[in-house]
Design a protein around this ligand. Structure first.
Ligand code: C2G
Length: 130
């Protein structure tokens, strides 16, 4: 069984997130999705997340692609999760190319093409103009 893991904030859930999860699931048999906490996002400079953790988890769950959802709350967690859960493939969007090379000693790292013309930042900006 090929185990795949991906992580994200998934704020204002949109088509780019959906397509990322769909392709992540297709890479293997079992998909684990890590959803970030507000505290972790603040610590990494994402200050304006709008949806609560519960809402963001619900939206990931609704896609039906995640076999398991975990919470990401610390910077070193990816590495530990991958070892602990015997992950075969770590995947993330192409906006992160080069950032996760350190995981290659433990699993395959796949960067999926980011969906163009849609982002949480864009949606947050639009909602602030209504
Ligand atoms: N994504 C995408 N296309 C978009 C927007 C996002 O493919 N138009 C992907 C991102 O590349 C990421 C996932 O959707 O793989 C979730 O995106 P975000 O919610 O913005 O999360 P991010 O900050 O990229 O967190 O520890 C967190 C992870 O490292 C990634």
């Amino acid at each position: 069984m090929t185990k795949v893991i991906t992580y994200g904030t998934f704020d204002l859930f949109h088509e780019g997130h959906y397509r990322l999860l769909q392709r992540a699931k297709a890479l293997g048999d079992y998909l684990i999705v890590g959803v970030t906490t507000e505290a972790y996002d603040k610590a990494r400079g994402k200050l304006n997340v709008m949806d609560s953790l519960v809402t963001r988890i619900e939206n990931v769950k609704k896609t039906g692609f995640a076999d398991e959802i975990i919470i990401e709350e610390t910077p070193g967690q990816k590495f530990n999760d991958i070892k602990r859960m015997n992950i075969d493939i770590f995947t993330v969007g192409s906006d992160w190319v080069g950032c996760f090379e350190y995981l290659k000693d433990y699993c395959q790292v796949v960067y999926l093409e980011r969906t163009k013309n849609i982002s949480s930042t864009m949606l947050r900006e639009q909602s602030s103009h209504i």
